[in-house]
Each structure stands twice: as structure tokens, then as C-alpha cells.
Design a protein around this ligand. Structure first.
Ligand code: UDP
Length: 460
């Protein structure tokens, strides 16, 4: 049955401390999980890095406390995600300890909201030793899929067997032990130099004294992989995804301001006609790719909603569509809507949207699957490549775009949205949406896992 907070009632409202990793694709699921737990009666304190700090006014019922992350301007401007994460873990340790111990002390002694535990992103692994030293239970939250974690934990083995350094990181050969993945699909960083990354993998996957692994994935996508991981793991592995479905639909944790004007534009388009294009919060495009994308979309004749994030040009400049040739802009005219940041979950849920050309970040993948929107996969780095492989070859709700070239884009969009060739993928996407619904409904696997999580926290 459903655990009842009433057993302790509002008289004893317990507090949870959440620590997200400072990137959009990690902040969103952590705050969505927080929103669910808040709805179950917990008080929520979010402690966060100065870098990419979430906007507290989006979640007035949470307490937000920044701590000094120790990141320098050089770290941040390097754009090197592995470096930023490692430096933040090293740099924040003493401040994190201070911050956490203050929160605990303030609430101790029979107060109504004593701190029950900390839930931290797997990449903020330093939290574990800090929590330990304060005798606070800790829970790991994973925001990529199980397939990615298996591929990442295989990296030391591949190294021992002499596959790393890679002879050819773009090789199509299958990776031994990870049958479905080719070497080119391995979830490695943009830089492809694995030095710091190997250590990060070791640190992030050492679950040490954690009480549980809470995972933003679902059994209908990854049951056998999750079972495999559970067998190797002493503590409960709880697939609770997709967590955005357990938070209010309008819930917003964007770091950039959402441009809602695209919603009224969507309202004027016909059902399933619009291709939504977004490369998430980190991937870059160079000028040539941007132009090819624009021509490809224009030539596809489908209406499109395209997110061009400020600074998403690979040289960091703020390239805008206004700089594209006039003849091109005239070609698509009203048929194209371009924004800097969209309310993506709402966009994908809109009946006018019939396809998603995506970089295949894990959140985007889950959001698309839940709305039954088929995808064109254009991964760039990290786990995006694993997600794209699974989307196209396991779940079969999308296909890969090999090259960002106008004729290929045009063909892919028409295949996804209208051509007979894309019918199976559209149908599969619709079916997978149904399977996702089974996980999140009452009594479904994700709902059950969330209930187990609540029970566990109450037992601390
Ligand atoms: N997102 C958004 N508006 C946009 C583009 C992205 O709200 O215009 C959200 C999207 O819904 C997702 C997150 O940003 O929740 C991106 O996370 P994802 O894991 O897909 O990719 P990342 O940005 O980490 O590469």
C-alpha cells in the first residue's frame, strides 16, 4: 500500500537536503524529484553550487542555500564539464561540510523538521563522505540511463584489456561485453581525452555507504539492465522515472528564461505537423551546421520550432538566425518559429508536435518518450550517444541522422513526420508512450519505487 505521511502527521514534517550537479540536465530531474517528495509532506532544502544556481523564485516552497563551489572563472569558461565537476567536488568539500552541519544543527533537538537524509547527484560524489562524517544517511540520484552507467563502469575494464586509448573512437565495431554499443557510442566526454574522466567514473560509481540508488529511468525501458545492476549492488536500486511526470506539469526549473510565445505559434499549426528541434543546454553547433540545419528544415516543408540557445555557436558567439541569408528566411517565413529557450515539456506534449530532432540528452529522451514523439537522433557527446543508440536500435522510436547536411536533414524530417518509411517508428513511439504510462500510474513500477523511497526515508 501507499505509505502514509499521516502516521507521523504534519506534526513531524521531516526535511530532506537535495544536492544537484550544476547543469540543467541534472538540476531539472533533482528538483522534480524534490517536488514529488514535497507533495508527500517533506520539507526541502536545496543546497547548490554558485555556478548555474537555480532560481529560487521558481520553487517558493523550497529553501535554497548556495555554498562556495571553489570554481574559478577559468574552470567555468573552459566549458570542460569533467573539469568543472571534479573541481567542484574538490573545491566545495569544506564549505559543503559547514553548510550541511549548520542545517542539521539548526533543525536538531525535537524540532519539527529534523533532517532525514541527503539526496545527491551521483556526480556530486563528495557529498557522501561529508554526509558520513556528519552521520547523515545519503542516497544517490542518477540522471542518466542504466545503459550509460554500465558502459561507463566498463571503461576501466576496456582499458585493462588494451582497448583504451582508442585506436579509432569512431569505430563501428561492437564493444566487447556491451553488445549493443559500438565504440563510437561509448559515453565519453567531448574532449575524448579520458584522463580525468576515468577517475570521475570511479568516484561517481563508488556508492560506498549510500542507502539507495534512486534512478531517473523506468523498468519499461531498462528492466534487464536494472536487474543486472541490482544483482551487483547491496542497496535498493529504485527506478523512479521519469520524475518530471511526478511533478506538476507546469513545474519550471530552467536556468534560461522560457520563451512562451512559441506556444501560441504551436496553437496555429495542424496536428502532428511540427518538428521540434533542440540540442539541449550544452551541445554546440558551428556556423556551417546552423546554416545546413536551417536549409534542411526550410526544404522539408514541415513547420518547425527550433531552439537556438544563446552562445550555442561553437566559438561561443551569439549567432542568431537573423544573420542567416534573407532568401533562406523568406523560404520558411511563418513556417518556422525560432526561440532561445522553450518550455520543452509543454512543447513535446502539444498536439501539433509530431517529431523531435534532438541531441538525445537523457531528459529530452524521457520527455519525448512520455509524449509518444518519435525522434531524429543527433547525439554529440557523453551519454547522448548511448541514448541515441538505444532510441534507434532497442526502443526503435527514432533513427540517427548521420550528418548535419541539408539534404539529409530534409529527408530525415520527411521520413519521421510524413513518409510511409517512418510509419513503424511513429507507431513504436505511440506504443512506448503507453508502456511509460504503465510505469507511472498508481501501482506501476516507478510509483512503487517512489513509495519505497518514501518508506525508506521515513525509517531513517
Ligand atoms: N530544455 C528546455 N528548453 C529548451 C531546451 C531544453 O526546457 O529549449 C530542457 C529539457 O526539457 C530538458 C533539459 O532542458 O529537461 C535538457 O536536459 P537533457 O538531459 O535533455 O540535455 P542536456 O542539456 O543535459 O544536454
Amino acid at each position: 500500500g501507499r505509505p502514509k505521511m499521516e502516521k507521523n502527521g504534519q506534526k513531524h514534517r521531516r526535511r530532506l537536503v537535495l544536492l544537484p550537479c550544476p547543469f540543467q540536465g541534472h538540476i531539472n530531474p533533482m528538483l522534480q524529484l524534490g517536488s514529488f517528495l514535497h507533495s508527500k509532506g517533506f520539507s526541502i532544502t536545496v543546497i547548490h553550487c554558485n555556478f548555474n544556481s537555480p532560481n529560487p523564485s521558481n520553487q517558493p516552497s523550497f529553501e535554497f542555500i548556495p555554498f562556495q563551489d571553489g570554481l574559478s572563472c577559468n574552470d567555468v569558461s573552459s566549458g570542460d564539464i569533467v573539469r568543472i565537476i571534479q573541481r567542484a567536488n574538490v573545491g566545495c568539500k569544506s564549505h559543503l561540510h559547514e553548510c550541511l552541519s549548520q542545517i542539521i544543527t539548526q533543525r536538531r533537538g525535537g524540532q519539527k523538521d529534523d533532517v532525514a537524509c541527503i539526496i545527491h547527484d551521483e556526480l556530486m560524489y563528495i557529498s557522501q563522505s561529508v554526509a558520513n562524517s556528519l552521520k547523515l544517511p545519503s542516497i544517490v540520484f542518477r540522471t542518466t540511463c542504466a545503459a550509460t552507467s554500465l558502459a561507463r563502469t566498463a571503461i576501466p575494464i576496456l582499458k585493462a584489456e588494451g582497448y583504451i586509448p582508442f585506436q579509432d573512437s569512431e569505430s563501428q565495431d561492437p564493444v566487447p561485453g556491451l553488445h549493443l554499443l559500438r565504440f563510437k557510442d561509448l559515453p565519453i566526454p567531448r574532449s575524448k581525452t579520458l584522463g580525468g574522466f576515468e577517475q570521475l567514473v570511479v568516484d561517481a560509481y563508488n556508492i560506498g555507504t549510500s542507502s539507495a540508488i534512486v534512478w531517473n529511468t523506468m523498468e519499461s525501458l531498462e528492466l534487464s539492465l536494472l536487474e543486472q545492476i541490482q544483482q551487483q549492488c547491496q542497496v535498493p536500486v529504485l527506478p523512479v522515472g521519469p520524475v518530471h511526470k511526478f511533478a506538476p506539469a507546469s513545474y519550471c526549473s530552467s536556468l534560461l528564461e522560457e520563451d512562451r510565445s512559441c506556444m501560441s505559434w504551436l496553437g496555429k499549426q495542424t496536428k502532428n505537423s511540427v518538428i521540434y528541434v533542440s540540442m539541449g543546454s550544452l551541445a554546440f553547433m558551428d556556423e556551417k551546421e546552423l546554416t545546413e540545419m536551417a536549409w534542411g528544415l526550410a526544404n522539408s516543408q514541415q513547420p518547425f520550432l527550433w531552439v537556438i540557445r544563446p552562445g550555442s555557436n561553437s566559438d561561443g558567439s551569439d549567432q542568431r538566425i537573423e544573420e542567416l541569408p534573407k532568401v533562406l528566411r523568406e523560404t520558411f517565413g511563418e513556417r518556422g518559429c525560432i526561440v532561445k529557450w522553450a518550455p520543452q515539456k509543454e512543447v513535446l506534449a502539444h498536439s501539433s508536435v509530431g517529431g523531435f530532432l534532438s541531441h538525445c540528452g537523457w531528459n529530452s529522451t524521457l520527455e519525448s518518450i512520455c509524449e509518444g514523439v518519435p525522434m531524429i537522433c543527433r547525439p554529440s557527446f557523453g551519454d547522448q550517444k548511448v541514448n541515441a543508440r538505444y532510441l534507434s536500435h532497442v526502443w526503435r522510436v527514432g533513427f540517427e541522422l548521420e550528418e548535419l547536411e541539408r539534404a539529409q536533414i530534409e529527408k530525415a524530417v520527411r521520413k519521421l513526420m510524413v513518409d510511409k518509411e517512418g510509419e513503424a517508428v511513429r507507431e513504436n513511439a505511440n506504443n512506448l508512450k503507453g508502456k511509460a504510462e504503465l510505469c507511472i500510474r498508481e501501482g506501476g513500477s516507478s510509483d512503487n519505487s517512489l513509495n519505497r523511497l518514501v518508506d525508506m526515508i521515513m525509517s531513517f
